[in-house]
Write a protein that binds this ligand. Structure first.
Ligand SMILES: [Zn+2]
Length: 164
């Protein structure tokens, strides 16, 4: 992947930023296409120089923010917040795939946790994106819409924890 070229492409940076919902220091959810693993997908690069391709949004965001050298070969960009579509640079850390797997087993059992969402990571990310876009279109409270979209994935979260 020509990350250095993609991260330096002005049109790519503009297209990426337009699809990120900024909430200050809280998770910045992706507003574009979501993959089956819950990750944002976006077309980056340009056909003119042959770099046009669909990439994972948070990996593109990571190299835009930190430079391609900050992502050594074979590394992945992990989410410390466990929201797979989050685009907030403060919630990313480069690591190895096995770190991701360890995190998943350590945290996915928690009631109400992002990794425990009944809809799966893609269902959750799509629901949050649609809630934001819907609230923006109608002038509704975006934060309330996000909270409702998140809560809908854990309908039995509270009763489950009392059974533990
Ligand atoms: Zn986040």
């Amino acid at each position: 992947m020509p990350w250095a070229l993609l991260a330096a492409d002005e049109a790519t940076i503009r297209r990426y930023r337009a699809k990120v919902y900024d909430r200050g220091d809280r998770c910045a959810f992706f507003l574009g296409a979501i993959s089956s693993s819950g990750h944002g997908k976006i077309r980056a690069g340009s056909r003119k120089n042959g770099t046009s391709r669909v990439v994972t949004a948070h990996v593109l965001g990571y190299v835009i923010a930190n430079g391609a050298d900050a992502l050594p070969e074979g590394h992945v960009v992990r989410h410390t917040c466990d929201e797979s579509s989050c685009q907030l640079p403060a919630h990313w850390v480069a690591g190895e795939r096995q770190d991701n797997i360890r995190d998943y087993y350590a945290r996915s059992h928690r009631a109400g946790h992002a990794l425990n969402d009944a809809r799966g990571p893609d269902g959750r990310a799509n629901a949050i994106r649609d809630a934001i876009l819907g609230a923006l279109a109608t002038g509704a409270d975006v934060e309330a819409a996000i909270a409702a979209a998140i809560a809908a994935g854990n309908p039995s979260g509270e009763s489950q924890s009392t059974l533990d």
